[in-house]
Design a protein around this ligand. Structure first.
Ligand SMILES: O=C(O)CCC(=O)C(=O)O
Length: 274
């Protein structure tokens, strides 16, 4: 790890507050690569006439939404497996996880709040008794209330069913703030939303790496969105994280599929010929 995190203190803080800001995780070089990649994805999406605005998520088109980041540029695979991010994920949801989704939300001036939600509640039914999901939020810009910092509801990670969720969620929410280069670890049960960017000209770019326990079906089917050549170029660890190995989503019983010599067999099927 380039940044030292006291994992015991982290585990205590995330259990109590639901989120923890860890500054100075990304080197300026990595930050620049990620920022450049974000700009290039926006250009590429617009050139291919792919919408960068999601009507179902945001109240207006001042939000730029980018999906499946790991399929666009290897820098995002690097972020997903960054030792600090992994350590925080494992301290929160345990060693057996998959990358469910990796998106960016760039809140430009004028952007508003989306609906308040908990990411775990989006993918598994209640009761939400344990953390089965975790967001590692990468801050590519300085993030603060005025430029639309993510707003979260302290203590909401203890709500275990929809009946526990009060009505006026936005009024209960508070923003976090973090300098560019930080990550914010947010437990999957925390109810949160994007803030409104009320600045004149400040961009707020953040990427949301969403990890879940490996028995939860990932939101993204990486095998479909990632080009075969890019998949081929990944090492075993990256393939496992993205659920791209043959039995990638199985921990219990998964050992049965391993060869004695530890090699990974090519299990792709050659279809029968007529
Ligand atoms: O942009 C943000 O601050 C929050 C984004 C979010 O919660 C989401 O995309 O699900």
């Amino acid at each position: 790890m380039d940044t030292t995190v006291d994992l015991e203190a982290f585990a205590r803080d995330i259990a109590r507050d639901g989120f923890v800001v860890v500054p100075d995780v990304i080197s300026s070089k990595l930050l620049e690569r990620a920022q450049t990649a974000i700009e290039r994805i926006i250009e590429a999406m617009r050139a291919e006439v792919i919408d960068t605005f999601s009507e179902t998520l945001d109240p207006n088109d001042a939000n730029i939404r980018l999906y499946h980041l790991a399929a666009w540029d290897p820098v995002f695979v690097e972020l997903l497996r960054h030792p600090v991010a992994r350590a925080l994920v494992e301290a929160t949801i345990g060693p057996n996880w998959l990358v469910s989704n990796f998106t960016a939300n760039i809140a430009m001036p004028g952007s508003g709040s989306m609906n308040v939600h908990s990411d775990q509640a989006l993918v598994v039914p209640p009761p939400w008794n344990e953390p089965w999901a975790m967001n590692v939020i990468w801050c590519f810009d300085d993030v603060h209330e005025a430029n639309g910092a993510t707003r979260y509801i302290p203590g909401s990670q203890h709500w275990t069913r929809f009946e526990d969720v009060p009505e006026d969620l936005l009024a209960m929410s508070v923003p976090f703030s973090a300098p560019a280069g930080s990550i914010v670890a947010m437990e999957g049960r925390v109810w949160h939303t994007s803030g409104a960017n009320v600045t004149e000209n400040e961009r707020r770019a953040m990427a949301f790496a969403y990890y879940t326990r490996d028995f939860v079906r990932p939101q993204v089917n990486w095998a479909m969105v990632m080009q075969p050549e890019m998949q081929e170029g990944l090492d075993d660890e990256a393939r496992r994280m993205l659920g791209l190995s043959v039995m990638g989503n199985i921990t219990i019983g998964g050992g049965l599929t391993r060869l004695r010599d530890g090699k990974r067999p090519d299990l792709r099927i050659a279809p029968l010929q007529n």
